[in-house]
Design a protein around this ligand. Sequence first.
Ligand SMILES: NC(=O)c1ccc[n+]([C@@H]2O[C@H](COP(=O)([O-])OP(=O)(O)OC[C@H]3O[C@@H](n4cnc5c(N)ncnc54)[C@H](O)[C@@H]3O)[C@@H](O)[C@H]2O)c1
Length: 343
Amino acid sequence: MRLDGKIAFVTGAGSGIGRGSARALAGAGAMVVVSDRNGAAAGLVAAEITGSGQRAEAMALDMTDTAAIRAAIHEVITRHGRIDVLHSHAGIQIEGRLDQVSPDQMDASWVMNVRSHFVAAQAVITQMQAQKSGSIIITASNSGVQYDAGMIAYAVTKHAAVAMVKQMAKDFAKDGIRVNALCPGFIDTPFNAGFERQMGGRAGLEAYISTAIPAGRFGTVEEVAAAVLYLASDQSRFVTGLALVADGGNVSDRALKTSLSGTGFLLRLLSAFRFGSRDGGRIAVRLVFSCHAARHRGSRTMVLAVIVRISASAPVRCRVREPVQCRRRSWFGPGALRSVCAA
Ligand SMILES: NC(=O)c1ccc[n+]([C@@H]2O[C@H](COP(=O)([O-])OP(=O)(O)OC[C@H]3O[C@@H](n4cnc5c(N)ncnc54)[C@H](O)[C@@H]3O)[C@@H](O)[C@H]2O)c1
């Protein structure tokens, strides 16, 4: 995936995923503007890039400052005559539930996680329309496509960022401009420092990650940067409006567990009857029980799924899809499972 001759602009690029993105884009041949609120950190990343023979410029830029964003991007377009890739990455995470987050904190989350991307995208759009090409990548999070306990400001604003991406993608697809959301899960950067403290230190955080994330580990900055490079390059030229989730299976795992409960249970039961009756008159009954405990970070989600099929030709079969880990006694706990099997 080459980006030779392209001009890229990355925000929040002095650390973590933004730094990885800047390095990957430069490694593919782009000239990268490495911007960050911390100008010294941006300078170090730009120096790393130029030190390895690639092209970069450093810029101090605070993404809460609308006039500064406009001026910075205008200056880059004037100097280089074009802009091909905008990776608007800087964001903020404020934890808490409705009763814990102040209106000012909600506003701060909106300013960084939605408004800053809006302003940056607006600053590049006229030039990209004139070029009839461009890739805008906005960092959201996997919290932009699912929900986390006690994360109202973060989850709401990241969902809004994904919604904004889809709207922009629709509005500018005919101009040859692609707009996609980058939705990382747990990536090992300083961004998780607050959560690490909550978990009682690095060991607690790693223990949580090893059980909560199907891949059993953090993602790396390089793994996310590879996704950025794909979205920036022509390899993804027919991809727009996508929320690209790179999270070691976290979102899909939760979706699977959700589908085993509530409405999912009823739908599966109904479809089992429907398909069973079509299948040569066999009666097929599929029962799916699920048991969820509170899904807070640090506690285990407990799911019990039992599938029972009854047909004229086959004996009763019982399969446990996931280990039974119910702490509290319930009618569908381990004892109930045995009685279902024996039925
Ligand atoms: N690391 C993760 O696990 C993870 C997961 C999902 C989403 N994200 C998203 O990635 C982004 C940052 O994550 P990271 O891992 O790269 O973090 P990081 O802490 O390693 O780097 C963040 C960078 O952003 C800069 N920054 C902060 N405020 C800024 C501002 N107002 N203007 C310009 N720059 C600013 C910081 O100086 C820093 O260099 C956020 O949007 C976050 O929501 C991260």
